[in-house]
Design a protein around this ligand. Structure first.
Ligand code: MN
Ligand code: MN
Length: 319
């Protein structure tokens, strides 16, 4: 049972527009705090977008997502899951990046997550652009390669950008495969679409056995069928979930750097996460929310709603 200290502040006790916004109104527990040893799931902000190749802004994501997350209540209305009752959840704060140095930022992120893991805390991350996932995986997959369910309109499997630059938000999972952090046979990418430079990324996917489910196949087969296959691919072994908000159609999530039309709606955006129930999820992230392109705040609200669904399936995995 969870300790009362870790219960989110209810909107019945303090109005949602009041107070200092932490993720889902949870207590802020820094890594140096004694009570860190009691945390089961840590929500972590990574305000970093140095891997962005086009429209920037996800460095502002965690602050906006914290604000939007004050709307999240304690119970999942669809599944009945009440994650804060079974687990101690806390906002572990932000990883401070070095916005002028990609390698240093990645080292800082890996070091932070390594410390998180020493306390047996499972991380749920609010990015940040998609390069954020690579230094997280370097900490999480130190012992053994992970499987991954990846929602995105892009594979992020390209070899390099801009005359050999290896570290961008279009390359994190190519590096993760090369570094042995992911088992390619246990990786599934869902929602891929849009115009492309070439098929170098997808040729690579095919060559190593990554399953790419393009949006045409997703809509032809339907969500249930596709997610049943995704569950089979990752199986019962440790699995990471990486969720790029541009998986969702830009009519519902315009506040992102690389939108692609013809995607799932906001209802399906939640449903695909519910379909992960029971998997062995060791960590998850929500990336690429860009507040400067989100003047209504609607993309951030969808982002935190997805984060809550991720938290619910992570909570079920632990109990
Ligand atoms: Mn991505
Ligand atoms: Mn994307």
């Amino acid at each position: 049972m969870s300790n009362d200290f870790f219960k989110p502040v209810s909107g019945m006790d303090l109005p949602r527009f009041a107070g200092i916004p932490t993720f889902m109104r949870l207590p802020h527990v820094s890594l140096g705090h004694d009570i860190i040893i009691e945390v089961d799931i840590g929500l972590i902000g990574v305000p970093w977008d140095s891997g962005t190749t086009n429209r920037p802004g996800p460095r502002h994501g965690p602050r906006q997502l914290r604000d939007a997350s004050t709307m999240i209540r304690a119970e999942n209305g669809a599944t009945g899951v009440r994650p804060f009752e079974t687990l101690n959840c806390a906002d572990l704060g932000d990883v401070g990046p070095n916005p002028a140095d990609i390698a240093d930022s990645m080292a800082r992120i890996t070091e932070f997550y390594t410390q998180v893991l020493t306390h047996n805390i499972r991380p749920l991350t609010a990015g940040g652009d998609h390069l954020t996932s690579l230094p997280i995986l370097r900490a999480l997959a130190k012992e053994t390669p992970l499987g991954m369910v990846h929602f995105d309109s892009h594979t992020d499997l390209f070899h390099s950008y801009f005359n050999g630059q290896m570290y961008t938000h279009g390359t994190p999972f190519r590096r993760a495969i090369e570094e042995g952090l992911l088992d390619p046979k246990r990786v599934v990418q869902i929602g891929i679409r849009g115009t492309q430079y070439d098929s170098e990324d997808q040729d690579f996917a095919k060559s190593v056995g990554i399953r790419v489910i393009k949006i045409e196949e997703y809509f032809a087969r339907g969500l249930r069928d596709v997610m049943a296959e995704a569950r089979e691919i990752v199986g019962s072994q440790p699995t990471y979930v990486s969720y790029d908000i541009d998986f969702v159609d830009p009519a519902f999530a315009p506040g992102t750097g690389t939108p692609e039309v013809g995607g799932p709606n906001s209802f399906e955006a939640l449903q695909v996460v519910r379909a992960l129930d029971g998997l062995n999820i060791v960590g998850a992230d929500m990336v690429e929310v860009s507040p400067p392109f989100d003047p209504s705040g609607g993309t951030a609200f969808l982002g935190v709603s997805i984060l809550f669904e991720l938290l619910c399936v992570m909570a079920r995995a632990q109990t």
